[in-house]
Design a protein. Structure first.
Lengths: 750, 302
């Protein structure tokens, strides 16, 4: 019993106490950064993170003061608290988290780790305990990094890495008998670790973006005779990257297409800021809404009827994909049903596999947003034996980085939505709207149904079957007959027997005869945008290009409508998300195919850039590429590299002997003092002038150090190392003294 | 000349296994979550571990040692202070001769306190340099033989006096008779100014009628020859050398001049040893030699 009490009183106090303040501060900093990271990622609530941070700070201070005088029974008490924390964790997990619901465990796990660190911080007498703290902070950072979707998380990682490196370096310095932590030793080590990390990131398979779309079972060479859809543009033949940062008189920062009517007469100025991030199974065109009424200048929605989406009385905890990945639950309630699980027009066209270009109307490397079919106004059944693959489920979680409209973005046909508000409205064309605008930080998850019909099947789908009369009328309506456009459309599609063939023929014609540019003048009042584009300048961007295709199709009696949204945006392997920029706003065309619903076509992908001067083109490409470099990891890395370069340069240029160092300092002081120099000057005469100019007094003057150097050079006198060091340090003061004297002289003159 | 062996890790199994486990778990989390940040932070941790585990090899390789100052004489079993110049932070463990570890703490000069275990001529000091720089995750060691500025003659630890090793003048050996005074009376002469009062020989003065004083002369010193031939066998030679040194010390303390006979590579040498230190030096060099080892290249790490 006595032995047990003794063990509880002072268990295992054999290691010496740690005295390094730097190590203690670094350990506390690393743990604090981990807790803050979890707080920023929403894994910890403020009421828990705040006390945990305070406990870490107070515990660190307490541990330092009592490092050599262990408190009796402290470890036993802390162990009791730990056991309590573990009990709470297991009870919480067992009560709240359904089996396999890792998302529910993460927050509890973060709380457990934070409590453990806070408790442990009161018992850090030795170096080993501090090492455990630093290692434990990695678990907090790891948890936070699983939730990070922003490049800004790099700041947290950089801060934590700095604390860890400093802590480890201080630990080694303490092990080596209290050696000082020198930047000259720590910085190269940190750079080496960074280089190893970079190599690992480059060598290991990164979380790569999924293919743009699942490959079609019936792959082909493309073209009219192939089985691959001809409306898909291979990466190699696509138009080059096209910027969509329009410069127009409106100066509107957002895309005008989301502000009600889509007025093609206006010119927006779209920026490079990230407006939302999307974590998705695969990249897609994120559809916001469609328009069916064309006035000659503007697209609007005719007679939009909204009906509220209903709550599914099913699952909680977020949808689960086929591979077991559980998606983030946005709200605690069941999802909102915005479509049918088996779409009325289930077949979707195969989309091109390959890289996705960025930029509004700038689909470098891909042509098509894929399919979108609303399930409300069509009722065609999927034809048997058409070659269409079975529908697959596509999950997307949208993280809004800036305030947006109340439109709920989605890929293809949305089925379910986990949404932070209680009510959503779905219009007849499939547009999903929230009752209120969504602010920055809003998160929602959409489940879409995707099906990929082959080109051959689409070629067999002609007519307007499945469309209600009203919808058909609206999607064929034109503000005026467009005789010239109709003649052109008929001429281009001559010989095409299918809708699909007509669409692709028109796309190719547009690609051959128009050019892409955002620098186009605004339309005059009453001027028709399509006529101006096709028979006027033939220069425009996605709105003019897609509108022209839609109008040409309507003149041929093919139902078509305008769709707006975003292209996928560049994939960020760090966050695993697609970063959608403001300039990624885009417009494309949807065409009706009986049995397959509305299929999306993007004629802009065929349109080459307007030929700029080679210089401006190169400049644009360079600036565009530079703007894509993430600042957070790049700038610290460049800073570290610059610091390392400076250190290496200083090391290489340092004088080989104390005499050379002294001589250099005296000469530098002479230059700064602007004292006259001549070719016959000796170091001593130069030093005498420097002393006069600087008014140097005391034991270490320029004359004194120069005299020592000359004695060494001519008399063979060599100082002992300490004296030599004093001479060098004293000489280093001389240039500073010279600068100050010079400044004083200038000021006194004024 | 300073020579050194290759850096070797010390007890690498535990840190290596722990690091591998951490990275494996991290990799699994990264693979499961599919988030790039997990992979990035994991890569950073891996970078720190790689540098922390392998970096000490470079650090210990870069540590430079040089012996700056060492006393010319030492005694077996007694501390010998060796001043070393050090470049780089490390922990120094003298292996041959052994001594307590010293952490340099960033100092440029450290004092190693070594204890030569036996007599001989110490020309280099083998030091095991250990470093865990830059992150203190794993120790790497390297044995370095530091050449001393000059040979250190390590005398045997003096044992008890042994009359058997005294070859001649045994009667003058220690304990052979009472101590003699420093002078003896040779005769008498008349007093001269300046003579001490105590030198007056009163009976002769009374007999001669004038002051007569004693005239002294120094006694004739006797010389002992100590046989310092060491037997074969390291332990026996060490023990014998200790007895010889003890005997010489006792004889010298008795005021007897000592000639020490020792065997060296050039043959037998019989020469007087005016001090115990000289005797120790002779014995340090006498055959059979015993090297200070082990060598830093014997393949053993610490």
């Amino acid at each position: 019993m006595k032995a047990l009490l003794g063990l509880l009183r002072h268990p295992g106090r054999s290691l010496p106490p740690e005295h390094s303040l730097l190590l203690r501060a670094s350990a506390a900093g690393a743990v604090g950064t981990g807790i803050v990271a979890c707080l920023l990622q929403g894994l910890l609530q403020a009421w828990m993170a705040g006390p945990a941070l305070a406990a870490v700070a107070a515990g660190g201070l307490w541990s330092y003061r009592r490092r050599a005088r262990p408190v009796p029974y402290l470890r036993a008490a802390l162990a009791g608290l730990m056991i309590g924390a573990f009990t709470w964790f297991f009870m919480t997990v067992a009560a709240d988290a359904p089996a396999g619901a890792l998302t529910a465990v993460e927050a509890a796990l973060a709380a457990l780790f934070a409590i453990m660190q806070a408790v442990h911080s009161f018992d850090l007498p030795t170096r080993r305990d501090l090492g455990f703290s630093i290692a434990g902070s990695a678990t907090l950072i790891a948890l936070a990094s699983t939730q990070a979707v922003s490049i800004d998380f790099g700041l947290v990682v950089a801060l934590w890495s700095t604390f860890v490196v400093l802590g480890l370096a201080a630990a080694w310095a303490s092990m080596a008998g209290g050696a000082p932590v020198r930047a000259a030793a720590v910085v190269p080590a940190a750079l080496a670790a960074l280089a190893v990390a970079a190599v690992i990131v480059l060598v290991l398979p990164a979380p790569a973006p999924p293919a743009f779309a699942p490959a079609s079972p019936a792959s082909g060479t493309g073209g009219p005779g192939g089985s691959q859809p001809s409306h898909l543009v291979p990466a190699s033949s696509s138009a080059s990257l096209q910027t969509a940062s329009a410069t127009g008189p409106t100066g509107v920062g957002g895309y005008l297409g989301f502000a009600g009517p889509l007025n093609t007469a206006l010119r927006a100025s779209l920026g490079n800021e990230v407006v939302l991030r999307v974590r998705a199974d695969r990249p897609s065109y994120w559809l916001a809404e469609t328009y069916d009424a064309w006035s000659g200048q503007s697209w609007t929605q005719s007679a939009r009827a909204l009906h509220p989406a209903t709550r599914a009385g099913t699952t909680n905890g977020g949808p689960v994909t086929s591979d077991g990945t559980r998606w983030e639950t946005v709200t605690g309630g069941p999802p909102l049903v915005v479509g049918t699980s088996q779409p009325a027009e289930p077949a979707m066209p195969t989309r091109a596999a390959g890289p996705v270009g960025a930029g509004s109307g700038s689909t470098a490397g891909s042509a098509h947003p894929g399919a979108a079919s609303d399930g409300s106004d069509g009722s065609a059944a999927t034809p048997a034996g058409t070659g269409a693959s079975a529908p697959s489920t596509d999950y997307q979680t949208f993280y809004l980085a800036s305030s947006g409209s109340n439109l709920v973005l989605h890929a293809s046909q949305a089925m379910l939505v986990w949404f932070p508000t209680h009510r959503l409205y779905v219009s007849a064309d499939g547009t999903i709207e929230s009752a209120q605008a969504l602010g920055a930080g809003s998160v929602y998850t959409v489940v879409s149904s995707v099906q990929t019909p082959s080109p051959a099947t689409l070629r067999g789908a002609n007519g307007t079957q499945g469309l209600t009369a009203g919808v058909r009328t609206e999607d064929l309506r034109l503000p005026h007959p467009y005789p010239r456009v109709a003649a052109l459309a008929r001429r281009v599609t001559a010989g095409q027997s299918s809708v699909y063939g007509a669409v692709t023929a028109l796309e190719r014609w547009i690609g051959r005869h128009t050019t892409y540019t955002t620098s186009i003048p605004t339309l005059a009042a009453g001027q028709d945008a399509v006529a101006q584009f096709l028979f006027g300048s033939r220069r425009g961007y996605c709105e003019q290009i897609s509108t022209s295709l839609a109008v040409m199709l309507r003149t041929l009696g093919i139902p078509a409508r305008e769709a707006v949204g975003y292209v996928p945006g560049p994939y960020d392997p760090l966050t695993g998300t697609y970063d959608v920029l403001a300039k990624d706003a885009h417009a494309w065309v949807q065409v009706w195919f009986p049995g397959y619903g509305w299929q999306s076509f993007d004629p802009t992908a065929y349109v080459p850039n307007a030929t700029p001067s080679s210089g401006s083109s190169l400049q644009g490409v360079v600036l565009s590429e530079l703007s894509r470099i993430p600042l957070v990891p790049t700038m610290p890395l460049l800073g570290l590299l610059g610091l390392a370069a400076v250190l290496v340069r200083r090391h290489r240029r340092r004088p080989p002997t104390w005499r050379a160092a002294v001589t250099r300092s005296v000469e530098r002081a002479a230059r700064r003092s602007r004292v006259p120099t001549g070719p016959s000057d000796t170091l001593g005469t130069l030093a005498a002038r420097v002393d006069v100019a600087t008014g140097a007094r005391g034991p270490v003057t320029a004359v004194a150090v120069a005299g020592a150097a000359e004695r060494s050079a001519w008399e063979g006198w060599e100082p002992d190392p300490d004296t030599a060091r004093r001479l060098v340090y004293g000489a280093r003061r001389l240039p500073r003294l010279a600068s100050r004297a010079r400044a004083r002289a200038i000021l006194s003159r004024r | 000349m300073t020579r050194s062996g290759l850096p070797r890790p010390r007890r690498a199994a535990a840190p290596g296994a722990a690091s591998a486990a951490v990275l494996a778990v991290w990799g699994a989390v990264a693979r499961g979550s599919g988030v790039g940040w997990v992979q990035t932070v994991g890569a950073l941790v891996a970078g720190l571990l790689v540098v922390g585990l392998a970096g000490p090899a470079l650090a210990v390789w870069r540590v430079r040692l040089a012996a700056l100052e060492v006393p010319p004489d030492a005694t077996a079993g007694s501390a010998l202070a060796v001043q070393l110049g050090v470049r780089g932070a490390a922990v120094l463990a003298p292996r041959s001769p052994p001594g307590p570890d010293v952490a340099t703490g960033g100092a440029r000069r450290v004092i190693l306190e070594v204890r030569p275990p036996h007599r001989g001529v110490l020309e280099h000091c083998t030091v095991v340099v250990s470093s865990a720089a830059p992150f203190g995750l794993l120790w790497w060691t390297r044995a370095v033989a530091v050449a001393l500025p000059g040979p250190v003659l390590v005398a045997p630890a003096a044992g008890g006096p042994d009359p058997a090793v005294v070859e001649r003048g045994a009667d003058a050996g220690p304990g052979s008779g009472p101590e003699r005074s420093g002078t003896e009376v040779r005769g008498l002469r008349p007093y001269a100014p300046g003579d001490g009062r105590s030198t007056v020989h009163w009976p002769a003065s009374a007999h001669a009628g004038s002051l007569m004083v004693r005239e002294h002369e120094r006694p004739h010193r006797r010389t002992a020859v100590v046989r310092g031939h060491l037997p074969p066998g390291q332990e026996a030679a060490e023990e014998h050398a200790g007895r010889v040194l003890g005997t010489v010390a006792a004889l010298l303390a008795s005021g007897i001049e000592v000639e020490l006979a020792t065997v060296h590579e050039g043959g037998e040498v019989v020469e007087p040893v005016p001090t115990v230190r000289d005797a120790g030096r002779r014995l340090a060099r006498s055959l059979p030699h015993r090297a200070f080892g082990p060598s830093p290249w014997d393949g053993r790490g610490r």
